[in-house]
Each structure stands twice: as structure tokens, then as C-alpha cells.
Design a protein around this ligand. Structure first.
Ligand code: HEC
Length: 165
């Protein structure tokens, strides 16, 4: 009986970890610059967490609605001074509100689209925040893909009717 339970536990663990690890050969989504739609190349090795890997394959943000992710995203939103332009609750200041559903860039209603805007910036006053792009002289500066997804969970938490997935 004990052995049976242990086997069941191991099998459950294996199936759980498999569901978090998308097939490495599965289709990878393509990213496009918000500026002009041109393709963006982002090294797949930067997608180094289960959520980031899943996003790379599906364009879906697993952190949406997750309380601990939202809390982490809130801290990053402050740390990266997003608050200075978008306000403490992302409701808008010199920069626009990020709550939606109406955006300067319609694609920001989707998590893939908003990821591209945060990663690579816009021509209208929003600088690229992606790692290696935020500060051209420092390849380590900027948000990792996982951190963009966490910030997005915080942004989306203000408008639960818009999950973006
Ligand atoms: C220096 C001011 C400034 C900072 C700092 C800043 N933004 Fe922005 N952001 C802007 C402005 C201005 C726009 C409008 C750009 C446009 O319309 O092209 C914008 C646009 C955006 C948009 C698109 C909104 C839409 O309506 O489509 C998103 C998403 C966004 N910012 C997220 C962020 C995040 C996340 C951070 C922090 C990592 C951040 N911004 C930091 C000024 C800023």
C-alpha cells in the first residue's frame, strides 16, 4: 500500500512537471516591434522560467491573476520607474493609463502585444525596457522576459475583465 502511494506520487509529480515544460520542438511565437511591425529576435535562452518558456511557445501569460506574481510585478513596476510616467497604479500620468481596454496600440490588449511594447518600446515616448535594449552600453540592464510577464500580471490586475490571454 505504501509503495503504491509512493508510485502514485511520483507519477503525479512527473505529469505536473511535464505540463509546465512545453515540448522544446513546439512552435515558437514570433515577436514584432510595436514601432513598425518588423520582426524582433529575442534569444530563446532568455526565456528561462516555466512561465517564460510557456509564453515563448503560446503567447499566454501564466501569471495573470496569480497573487504572488502580481505582488512581484508591482515591485518591479516601481523599481523600473514605470510609476514615474504611468502613475503608482498604472492609471496614467505623463504616460497613458495601462488599464485598457483602449490603448494607444490596439495590440496591447493582448499579452503578446503588450510584451512587445514593453520589450522594444514605441516611437512616442516609451523607451525599450527589454534586457540589453534599455541601456545600449549595458547588456545586463533591463527586464528579463519573466519580469515583463510579472509586470503585466500587475498591470492586468487593475482590469480583471481583460486578461490579455
Ligand atoms: C519616461 C516615461 C516612461 C517610463 C519610465 C515608462 N513609460 Fe511606458 N509609456 C510612456 C509613454 C509616453 C507612452 C506612450 C507611447 C506612445 O504612444 O507611443 C508609454 C506607453 C506604454 C505602453 C503602451 C500603452 C498603450 O496605450 O498602448 C505600455 C504597455 C507601457 N508604456 C508600459 C510601461 C512599463 C511596464 C514601464 C516600466 C518598465 C514603462 N512603461 C515606463 C512613458 C513611459
Amino acid at each position: 500500500m505504501r509503495l503504491f502511494l509512493i508510485v502514485v506520487m511520483i507519477l503525479t509529480l512527473i505529469s505536473c512537471s511535464q505540463s509546465e515544460q512545453p515540448n522544446a520542438n513546439a512552435q515558437v511565437i514570433t515577436f514584432n516591434a510595436t514601432q513598425d511591425g518588423s520582426p524582433l529576435s529575442i534569444d530563446a535562452s532568455q526565456f528561462d522560467t516555466p512561465a517564460a518558456k510557456n509564453f515563448l511557445h503560446t503567447g499566454k501569460n501564466d501569471y495573470i491573476g496569480q497573487a504572488d506574481a502580481i505582488e512581484k510585478g508591482k515591485k518591479l513596476f516601481q523599481l523600473y520607474s514605470c510609476t514615474q510616467c504611468h502613475g503608482g497604479n498604472a492609471g496614467g500620468q505623463t504616460g497613458p493609463s495601462l488599464h485598457g481596454p483602449n490603448f494607444n496600440y490596439a495590440k496591447d490588449a493582448t499579452n503578446k502585444g503588450m510584451f512587445e511594447t514593453i520589450w522594444h518600446g514605441t516611437n512616442g515616448g516609451m523607451g525599450a525596457k527589454g534586457r540589453g535594449l534599455m541601456d545600449p552600453s549595458d547588456a545586463t540592464a533591463g527586464l528579463s522576459p519573466d519580469e515583463v510577464l510579472l509586470i503585466q500580471a500587475w498591470i492586468r490586475s487593475h482590469n480583471p475583465s481583460l486578461s490579455g490571454n
